[in-house]
Design a protein. Structure first.
Length: 253
């Protein structure tokens, strides 16, 4: 078995979509970067790589057995054993996961570019291990777990705010004030107010969702900011993203 040493990882916990496991260029100073002392490196088939990168379902038992207690992390100069963790690659992309002792990839991380290149070099010419995914539920994307195409090309901040907007839209759909849906659609598209007022609640919501779930723009951000106002949980996320931008700009000056 191949092993990698002294890896820097930036764990994203509970993320079922690979687009939320940020690449190195999107890591932030406040992220909890950790150092892995030793970890197995596996070349796996494309299907399994995608299964781990974009889902939180159980991993093949044979894979778990192969990597069990073979990862070590250093904390405060002490070496700790990790139950199930590994670096995996399909030959073109690389991902690290840690199950936290469970059977699914609870924590995931990318690598820094130099170590990513090293992982790809180490498996070059080697055959991919054939681990069988015994049971797999077909993953369905929805408003709170958007299809990767709807997140393509967005920055970390834009993805976070887009997810926040989708959460606000989902809450709006199930609120006790359906008349608000036409109001927010008018905020989004004031030019078409005459036709919007004739839409049913369902038609208005579907139109608002379909028009906002693609790409990201200043209009998206403005709508998001207005919709979350007065909702403490959503406002905390909103303010957190804006504070991070301010801190980043200060650090650049």
């Amino acid at each position: 078995m191949l092993y990698m040493h002294d890896l820097w990882v930036n764990w994203f916990e509970g993320e079922e979509n690979g687009y939320n496991v940020c690449r190195f260029h999107e890591w932030r100073k406040e992220d909890g970067i950790e150092l892995i002392d030793q970890i197995p490196l596996l070349k796996v088939q494309e299907g399994l790589f995608n299964h781990i990168e974009n889902d939180l379902q159980d991993l093949p038992i044979a894979l778990l057995q192969d990597i069990q207690r073979k990862t070590y992390m250093k904390k405060n100069q002490e070496r700790h054993t990790i139950e199930y963790a590994a670096v995996i690659t399909n030959g073109t992309d690389v991902l690290v996961f840690d199950t936290l002792g469970y059977t699914s990839p609870v924590k995931k991380s990318r690598l820094i570019p130099r170590q990513e290149r090293l992982a790809l070099e180490m498996v070059q010419g080697k055959r991919a291990a054939n681990y069988i995914i015994e049971e797999s539920i077909q993953k369905e994307h929805h408003i709170l777990s958007l299809d990767p195409e709807k997140m393509s090309g967005l920055t970390r901040r834009e993805r976070q705010l887009k997810q926040l907007l989708m959460m606000a839209l989902d809450q709006l759909k199930h609120s006790d004030h359906p008349e608000e849906i036409r109001y927010w659609l008018t905020e989004w598209d004031p030019v078409h107010y005459p036709s919007i007022k004739d839409l049913t609640t369902e038609e208005a919501w579907n139109r608002l969702y379909e028009e906002t779930c693609h790409s990201w723009s200043k209009l998206h951000e403005e709508l998001c900011g207005k919709m979350v106002k007065g909702q403490p949980f959503f406002e905390t996320i909103w303010q957190g993203e804006h504070e991070k931008v301010t801190q980043h700009m200060k650090s650049q000056n």
